[in-house]
Unconditional design. Structure first.
Length: 290
């Protein structure tokens, strides 16, 4: 951690003197580092201007998913969903973050049944009664990024699929219940994992959450199969996603060789995911996108 004079301008860009701004914050981080904890770097801590911008991006992300929720149903193709997301995002002056990201060809990820994540929208994929689908929307607005996803049950789904979808949402809440300033990410991930295991499910190990806001994917990596008492300190000003991928069967996965993106469960059983974007605050947390 860099040394800053007490009367110098604070590193956060607030314009305040360091001693009146983040001095005590940094002292707390130093104490936790001395206790052996992993602490965030200054660039993981968002200032007020950045948080305000990310919050506005999140409002658009939420509105786009709300639109999808109002129109999705049996007979809809995943390409139609992609069209909706592009139109609803750009009409609000924003950009779909997935579009052309590292070569991804669409504006949204649509992952159906045994697709774990990164499903590519297509005219050939028609949602059927009984399907479950994850719609993962990410938005860039005035340079700020937001990211969240929701599960949708198409028509009447089996009790087994419905339980998977519901329990996965409960896993996110179990994680949120542990988010607090100066807490540990490992405690949050452990809470997520334990709730999934208690219901007979597994959690994907290789893919987790991430910091987000100034870029699409930032540090830290967020695991949902972590041990209590481990992981990075959740300091106020950090923004990251809670987005466990919960499988009905094995936690083993594979990536489709043909498209290089779509992740499937190895055993062909369904997977579910909900994602929220969370700001750690002085008093707890704020959900910026859901």
């Amino acid at each position: 951690m860099e040394t800053i004079g007490r009367n110098s301008a604070c590193w956060c860009g607030s314009g305040k003197k360091y001693k009146k701004c983040h001095y005590q914050f940094d002292e707390r981080l130093k104490e936790m580092a001395q206790e052996g904890h992993l602490i965030p770097s200054h660039d993981m801590i968002k200032n007020k201007e950045q948080i305000d911008g990310i919050r506005e991006s999140g409002k658009i992300n939420i509105a786009v998913l709300d639109y999808v929720a109002e129109h999705i149903g049996p007979g809809v193709t995943t390409q139609q969903i992609d069209d909706w997301v592009y139109e609803q995002t750009t009409s609000r002056g924003a950009i779909p973050a997935p579009l052309n990201y590292e070569g991804f060809p669409k504006s949204v990820c649509t992952s159906v049944n045994d697709q774990v994540c990164h499903g590519i929208p297509s005219e050939d994929v028609v949602l059927q009664e009984g399907d479950i689908v994850n719609i993962d929307v990410s938005t860039i607005y005035h340079g700020y990024f937001s990211d969240s996803s929701r599960m949708f049950c198409i028509g009447e789904v089996s009790p087994e699929k419905k339980k998977l979808v519901d329990v996965t949402k409960e896993c996110v809440q179990a994680g949120l219940d542990v988010v607090k300033p100066w807490g540990l990410m490992g405690d949050m991930g452990h809470a997520v994992h334990e709730h999934a295991l208690a219901n007979g499910y597994t959690v994907v190990r290789e893919i987790g959450g991430h910091g987000v806001g100034i870029e699409f994917h930032e540090d830290p990596y967020v695991s949902y199969v972590s041990q209590p008492g481990t992981g990075m300190v959740m300091a106020p000003g950090m923004i990251f996603t809670i987005e466990p991928m919960v499988n009905m069967g094995s936690d083993k996965i594979f990536v489709n060789d043909e498209d290089g993106w779509t992740v499937y469960t190895d055993d062909g059983k369904p997977s579910a995911q909900w994602e929220v974007q969370v700001l750690v605050t002085e008093g707890g947390y704020e959900i910026l996108a859901y």
